[in-house]
Design a binder for this molecule. Sequence first.
Ligand code: PEP
Ligand code: MG
Length: 324
Amino acid sequence: LKGELAELVNESATTTDGQRIRLFANTGLLADISPGLANGAEGVGLYRTEMPFMLSDTFPSEEEQEHIYRQVLGAYAGKPVYMRTLDIGGDKPLPYFPIEEENPALGWRGIRFCLDNSALLMTQLRAMLRAGRDSDNLHILLPMVSNTGEIDALRSLLDDALAQLGDEGYPLKRPPVGIMVEVPAAISLLPTWAPRLDFVSIGSNDLSQYLLALDRNNPRVAAAYDHLHPAVLREVARVTAIADEVGLPLSLCGEMASDPAAVLVLAGLGIRTLSMSAARIPRIKWLLRTISQADAAALAQRALHMEHAADIRELLQQALRERG
Ligand code: PEP
Ligand code: MG
């Protein structure tokens, strides 16, 4: 299979009945750039900026950030890069900025932390904008959004950053801005937020964690933490329908995008952009090229009517076995 997968690098992920699905890479390390491109990534669906922050021993300066971001944007010139603002806190602690909390998953993290430290966020936005100057592929993605004020505050900071850079002699246009759909509250508010957003990306890792109230990293409950839980599937289906209705481009960038069983459902629901670690791209592409959109849609409908994650997985595994 290995040789067969390698031959697919320059082929698209198109189902047997002609539905094209874009496969993007998740990255955060500069070392991931080459494997991403080598595996045929058509863009970066999630650039985790906390990685360079974690590798540094202090908050990186605007210049240091710009230098790193520019390499990612440059390497993917002509392809979209969804660069996420700093998502620390929760399961992503920064060694030089410890946050002591009783319940970090529900605490000071992602956009909440950034808006409370707006100088830090401003530095990051300026670095992103400066880095994106020449390649025209920067998209800004916001983590952990759960209320309207967060989007408005971010947009206003972004306008300030653009105005500052304009005054400094760098007139720039505003890049597309989108949010992670990973806090359940974001789902019912999507129609309200749609006019303010250019795209959305489902973060299935945190969305599963928060829908099921199961710590994504707690081994005791690891067996129950499952993106094929019927509630997760039904919420993903709901997001897909809402995004379609309000005309928001949708992607999915959690681990679910690299699970072949889940991919059958995601393709069936009509999700057209999946982002995953680069190494998983060839196998998922191979799978998508063996199925029809119509069969995937029928499987998704069956899965959505089932009650148990185990039954859903069995249904999907059976379909995978039939495809070898
Ligand atoms: C997610 O939550 O699904 C996601 C992709 O982001 P992260 O894993 O970085 O929290
Ligand atoms: Mg997340």
